[in-house]
Each structure stands twice: as C-alpha cells, then as structure tokens.
Write a protein that binds this ligand. Structure first.
Ligand code: PAF
Length: 290
C-alpha cells in the first residue's frame, strides 16, 4: 500500500489507473479508523479494481468552537488497519496542500443543510461538499462510498453529485454499530466510561420511537418527548436536536402519514462530545375496521 501526499502525485496515479481500464473506488475518511470505515472498504471492494482511501481532517467543516484541534489523528495505526482490508492507496495531504493559497471557493448545496446538524453547525456541510468535490476531482473515482450514520451528509452529497452531474456513483452503507447498538464513530473515543455507558441510549431511544410509531402513535410532540426523556433521564446528556423529517427534503414533518417513511435523526452531547444517530422508519398502514 502506498501513501500519496500531493495532488500532483494523485493526478499521475489516477491517470495511470484509468488508462489501464481499472475502476477506482474512493473511501473518504478523516482517519481514526474503526470497524465502520473498514466495512466501507469491504462494501466497495466487489465493485472496483483499485481502492483509494482518503484521510484528511478537513478544517473547512469544523466551526470555530468545534473539535478540529482535538480530533484524533492516528495516521500510523490507520495505515496498518487500512492495509489489513486491502486498501491500495491512502491519499493523506496536509491542509496546506489541500487548500494551498487563499482559497475562496465553496461548493454549497441549497436548503438541505438548513436542517438537523446544519442548524447547530453552520457552514459544516459547505465544508463537507467542498472537500468531497475536491476529493472527487483529485482522485476521479468511479464510485465513492459514505456511511449512513451521517445520513444528512449522504443525502447532501448525493444531491450535489446529481446537480453538478459529477461522473461518480455514490454508494452508502448502513450504520455500523457496537454490540450494544452504539453507532461507531471516531468521536466515541472521547467518551468517559460513564458517558459511553449512557450513549447506548441514543440507538435505544430510536428503537423506542420506532416502537411507538409501529404501535400506532402519530403525535410528533409525544414521540419527540418520549425520545428526550428516554435519553436524558438519570444522566447529564444534553439534547442538541431531535428531528422527525422527510427522508428526501429533510424538512420537519407536520404529520406521520401511514405508508410513508420518516427519518428520525438526533444529536446529543455528552460533556464536550457530540454524537449523532438516526433511523428511517416505514410507517405502517393500519386497517381501519368499521
Ligand atoms: O464523514 C466524514 O468522515 C467526512 O465528513 C468526509 C466525508 C470524509 C469529508 O471530510
């Protein structure tokens, strides 16, 4: 496996790969790899000939008071892990390489970032769409893969690729979870033992909400309150948001219609660590007996 640190090297490499007729798969990451990242590699492997993983902690997607500085940077162990799952190349540029000069351009998707995480992280998705566009331009993948834990990110990237007619297919992979259900995330490393114990309530609360919905609850307020109480009772967790939104537009739902789907997404802070999770639920159609 080879490390590629400059855009010029990456251009040469992908030109050779493409000229030889081989298909390139891109697994974009910010490093601190866990099993979720490795499963993205597993998932894309059958569809491509060469796998490039990018490892780049992208400053553009962090707000001024966010965790850019303390975000884990573990390149040596990431390289070892990536090698075990057959990654062929790691693209790991410095910030000064990726954003050389006084960068003034942003790729901005309208509307979709104005919900859920975008509300508490202004500018975050502009940073994501800008870096993902750059990665696609630099590495020219045939396929790129993203995890559904960041469902809003996956939806925004799919829309961006479609709107800009980018020549890449986007695949997504369902959230990979720890045995107790906690969604895998590089930020889980920051949790204290007590908070790690409590964090399992995120997924449990989503399943609790699912249970409410499949057994007939349609009152959005009661469902949100149910999730909130489930998570915060008996600990110091702080809810950032709980959203029941349209699975395409991400707009807040005003009612739950039988037979449609709802995306329940949430962000919760444990101390300084903010975790996200989501679940898409198909709302059952009830037979109305007359
Ligand atoms: O999901 C991530 O790890 C990042 O947002 C991504 C897609 C690698 C862009 O920096």
């Amino acid at each position: 496996m080879e490390l590629i640190r400059t855009i010029a090297e990456a251009h040469d490499l992908v030109e050779k790969i493409r000229l030889s007729g081989r298909l390139i798969g891109l697994v974009p990451t910010m490093g601190a790899l866990h099993r979720g990242h490795l499963l993205l590699v597993d998932e894309i492997r059958d569809h491509v000939d060469v796998i490039i993983m990018s490892i780049f902690v992208n400053p553009l997607q962090f707000g001024p008071n966010e965790d850019f500085d303390r975000y884990p940077r573990t390149l040596d162990s990431d390289v070892e892990l990536a090698e075990t799952v057959g990654v062929d190349y790691i693209f790991c540029p410095d910030v000064s390489e990726m954003y050389a000069g006084n960068v003034k351009t942003r790729v901005v998707v309208a509307d979709l970032p104005n919900h859920l995480c975008g509300l508490s992280r202004p500018g975050h998705f502009d940073g994501v769409t800008t870096v993902v566009t750059k990665l696609i331009n630099i590495l020219k993948p045939h396929i790129a893969i993203f995890g559904q834990k960041d469902m809003q990110q996956a939806i925004i990237i799919q829309k961006m690729v479609k709107d800009l007619s980018l020549d890449v297919k986007i695949m997504t992979l369902p959230t990979v979870r720890e045995v107790d259900g906690l969604a895998m995330s590089s930020r889980n490393n920051f949790l204290s033992e007590a908070d790690r114990h409590e964090a399992v309530k995120l997924f449990q609360s989503l399943n609790f909400a699912k249970q409410m919905i499949v057994t007939g609850e349609r009152d959005l307020f009661l469902i949100v309150e149910g999730i909130k109480n489930f998570i915060t009772t008996g600990n110091s967790a702080e809810i950032d948001y709980i959203g029941l939104v349209d699975t395409e537009t991400l707009e807040d739902l005003t009612e739950l219609k039988d037979g449609s789907s709802v995306l329940i997404a949430l962000a919760v802070k444990f101390g300084k660590t903010r975790l996200i999770d989501n679940l898409t639920i198909k709302i059952p159609v009830f037979e109305h007996v007359v």
